[in-house]
Write a protein that binds this ligand. Structure first.
Ligand code: SF4
Length: 309
């Protein structure tokens, strides 16, 4: 997959994926307790428990695809340690999966991997984050993720969806997801904002992402924004101001291995403290470490890692 899949073809794939997702939910709901009672799922290929900075976004993640053609100069997937497994611009299935059909089976088997074939409690409690190893809003990734998300929210499991792309919003796939009554209750939609389009040549412009946040907020969805990595404190602050009226939670973090000016960081966080219209702000551990401050030294609007709007 090289970024040339049209939304028309994506729609056709979605119809088939949706049928597969429904089939697996029906099978695990009704046959799972019999078939899998002695086979609880321990390790995980599709659903897993992230560690480190990723865990500050979600305690449970879903990873089906790797690669992305957003072209962001700072993309963590291209870190030398990770690049072999998840880097590059070609969108492809993770090696663990033989096919997309196989990915559906594994995902729902893991979801229903609790005792007696029930939904695993840790997943029900924390919800699932889509996704750390690609972008879920591409024509190559959205059809499968939309099919998974549709069945997941119907089961009453919270989902966080974080993207830098907006093309999926004007598709019939999104219209179909939107028509699911549980979607507004369980699906939170997030965009990463840096204010630096020049460093994200393949992604939607930041202003378009802000417009999308306004749309989702007005539609009644919970919204969140990842201000990570901060590439320029002033750009990050400006884009936060522009989007603040439509955002229920900001998560703010630094780029790994980069040297930041501590004084600039202090001024940035001071501005976040004094400007009254930022509702809920989560400062990631990387930023607190640079500041040398404890989380409980901040006023109430600076929320902790478990906060969900
Ligand atoms: S959009 Fe996200 S996953 Fe894609 S290149 Fe940019 S940072 Fe990486």
């Amino acid at each position: 997959m090289d970024g040339t899949l049209t939304w028309e073809r994506a729609k056709a794939k979605y119809q088939s994926f949706k049928a597969q997702a429904k089939k697996w939910v029906a099978r695990f709901k009704h046959l799972g307790p019999l078939k899998y009672i002695f086979e609880p799922c321990k390790s995980s290929d599709a659903i897993y428990f992230p560690t480190g900075p990723a865990a500050e976004y979600g305690k449970v993640g879903c990873s089906i695809y790797v690669g992305c053609y957003g072209g962001c100069g700072y993309c963590y997937r291209n870190d030398p340690i990770l690049a072999g497994a998840i880097g590059g611009s070609e969108v492809r299935l993770k090696k663990a999966f033989k096919s997309e059909a196989h990915a559906f089976e594994v995902y729902f088997k893991e979801l229903f991997g609790g005792p007696g074939g029930r939904i695993r409690e840790e997943i029900r409690e924390h919800g699932i984050f889509f996704t750390f190893t690609s972008d879920p809003g591409l024509p190559e990734t959205f059809p499968l993720f939309a099919a998974l998300i549709g069945e997941t929210v119907k089961l009453g499991i919270p989902v966080q969806f974080l993207t830098k792309f907006t093309g999926w919003i004007d598709t019939e796939i999104w219209d179909d997801l939107l028509s699911i009554p549980e979607a507004k209750k369980y699906l939170s939609i997030g965009f990463t904002l840096t204010g630096r389009d020049d460093l994200e040549p393949g992604a939607a412009p930041n202003e378009e992402r802000v417009a999308a946040l306004r749309y989702f907020h007005n539609e009644g969805f919970k919204t969140f924004v990842s201000i990570e990595p901060i590439l320029d404190f002033e750009c990050s602050f400006t884009i936060m101001i522009k989007s603040s009226a439509f955002v229920d939670l900001f998560r703010v973090g630094l780029e790994s291995h980069r040297k930041y000016d501590k004084h600039e960081a202090e001024m940035f966080v001071y501005d976040l403290e004094v400007v009254p219209w930022f509702k809920n702000v989560y400062l990631k551990d990387s930023l607190l470490q640079l500041l040398g401050r404890e989380r409980d030294s901040f006023p109430e609007k600076f929320v902790d890692v478990d906060f969900r709007p």
